[in-house]
Design a binder for this molecule. Structure first.
Ligand code: FMN
Length: 195
């Protein structure tokens, strides 16, 4: 069987989901849900580094806070975190000023002033190096990963990579507007996983 022309999308190479975190002016943590993100290699004056690239669409509080502060956290979304993550991704702060009445357990970043989510096994602390507008309502943020906070039980796990990954249980999403687990479970439609 050959290939046919498909619809534009990434259904067969989905992204991990992250909750981006910032502090608001009054110190309240803020989180939004994001999937358009990937990594890149950064070499800075001979020093090896890890980069994080994200695309943020229409104007929203998450984008305002990232622009104002130049830093944010990216917290990996796992199966237990999905209901809260889905809420953060389908409720707009602009339309719902009380969105942050629901909060996870928040811990300060280790090197940047960003809120991180204790229930997430992996939190990146990110500093924006460059913002690039690529089309109307589509902005790329190229960031340096300044620190990674990893749940001890995964950081020191004797398990091989694939087993550790399944244990961490990240959720992926693609164009089908549904969530899936890495072991093949349908985790519901966007907006359906609200608790
Ligand atoms: C599964 C999922 C993935 C999302 N990924 C992105 C993304 O990569 N970029 C983006 O701009 N918005 C994305 N969104 C939309 C934001 O989460 C949404 O605009 C949210 O309201 C942002 O929070 P805020 O209004 O508090 O800033 C996604 C939403 C869902 C449900």
């Amino acid at each position: 069987m050959g290939k046919i022309k498909g619809k534009l999308g990434n259904d067969f190479c989905p992204q991990a989901l992250f909750l981006y975190g910032n502090y608001q002016e009054d110190g309240t943590p803020h989180f939004g849900l994001f999937c358009w993100a990937t990594y890149c290699h950064i070499r800075d004056g001979g020093e090896e580094g890890l980069g994080f690239v994200t695309c943020i669409g229409e104007e929203k509080l998450t984008k305002d806070l990232i622009r104002q502060q130049g830093v944010f956290s990216a917290n990996l979304v796992t199966e237990p975190l999905l209901p809260l993550a889905d809420y953060y991704g389908t409720v707009s702060s602009r339309e719902n000023p009380h969105k942050m009445e629901r909060l996870p357990s928040v811990e300060p970043g280790q090197v940047l002033r960003v809120p991180t989510i204790a229930e997430s096994p992996v939190s990146f602390e990110l500093k924006v190096l460059e913002e690039r507008n690529i089309a109307t309502g589509s902005d790329l943020f190229l960031c340096r990963v300044c620190n990674v906070m990893v749940d001890e039980k995964f950081a020191n796990s004797p398990l091989p990579f694939h087993q550790s990954l399944l244990k961490a249980a990240p959720v992926v999403a693609a164009g089908a507007a549904r969530y899936a687990s890495l072991d093949g479970k349908d985790m519901g439609a966007w907006g359906e996983a609200k608790a």
